[in-house]
Design a protein around this ligand. Structure first.
Ligand SMILES: NC(=O)c1ccc[n+]([C@@H]2O[C@H](COP(=O)([O-])OP(=O)(O)OC[C@H]3O[C@@H](n4cnc5c(N)ncnc54)[C@H](OP(=O)(O)O)[C@@H]3O)[C@@H](O)[C@H]2O)c1
Length: 238
């Protein structure tokens, strides 16, 4: 049997890159996709010969179409990209930022999954990456939480509609990746220490924590229609 081929949209950094490493170690052929070619090249060098890098802007339907055409048939799709926009107190959060959060996450996840269908093996899988904000009650996350909830809501619907293709999701808690680079190093350290204190396991997550969950959802043929919250217990409050 030939190696399964997994495509990771958002595979040049953070959770997507860690997932690429994990799947390569599990014997998959891996294609990573992202917008920035320098970032993609750097990730591809790190991953080695078994990985191919493809330029794709998930927010641009033409770019998505040509990326999938160049990749060809594959087995598993991981959607590991998103947006940093839309956080802030409900009373004052900038509506343009909230809208941008939906534009950068919800529509590209929807459109990329749709465009992948002709190339996906019927018994393959799609794994969406949402966020714990979709499932918890953290003040200040109404905008970003609603966008991630929209992504999580796709999971059971698509699992029922696209069967036997399996469709799942992962909702990470706070994970130490370049997603947080909008903060200075000092502020980031303080924010992470604060989140670690609120998290029952006593630390923020690493990209590998989420990669392992994604690899589980891909490899377990009895998982479909589920969103796993992988947050060290952050959603429980503290
Ligand atoms: N880190 C966290 O604490 C955390 C928590 C909860 C949920 N999440 C979610 O996890 C996902 C991955 O986050 P991460 O922490 O791994 O972030 P990251 O390190 O910033 O990685 C994001 C990846 O997505 C790519 N990307 C972004 N927009 C894209 C687009 N339009 N088309 C194609 N690729 C695109 C980026 O490459 P280019 O910029 O070059 O395109 C990069 O490879 C996101 O959906 C995020 O919302 C993260």
């Amino acid at each position: 049997m030939s190696a399964p081929h997994s495509v990771i949209a958002g595979g040049s950094s953070g959770i997507g890159l860690a997932t690429a490493k994990t799947l390569l170690n599990a014997g998959h052929k891996v294609s990573i996709a992202g917008r920035n070619t320098a970032r993609l090249d750097q990730a591809a060098r790190l991953l080695g010969d078994q990985a191919q890098a493809v330029v794709m802007d998930a927010a641009d339907p033409e770019s998505v179409k040509s990326a999938f055409a160049s990749i060809g048939p594959f087995d598993h799709l991981v959607l590991a990209f998103g947006s940093t926009k839309g956080a802030g107190p409900f009373a004052t959060v900038d509506l343009a930022e909230v809208r941008q959060g939906f534009v950068e996450k919800v529509f590209p996840h929807f459109a990329t999954a749709q465009a992948a269908l002709p190339f996906l093996a019927p018994r393959g899988s799609i794994t969406f990456v949402a966020a714990v904000t979709a499932h918890s009650a953290m003040p200040g996350t109404a905008g970003i939480g609603a966008a991630n909830a929209a992504v999580a809501a796709l999971v059971p619907i698509l699992a029922a509609e696209l069967k036997p293709l399996r469709v799942n999701g992962v909702s990470p808690g706070v994970i130490d990746t370049p997603w947080w680079d909008f903060l200075s190093d000092d502020v980031k350290a303080t924010v992470f220490a604060d989140f670690a204190g609120k998290t029952p396991v006593g630390r923020v997550g690493q990209a590998d924590d989420i990669a392992q969950t994604i690899a589980f959802l891909i490899s377990n043929g009895f998982m479909s229609g589920d969103v796993i919250i992988c947050d060290g217990g952050l959603r429980l409050g503290g």
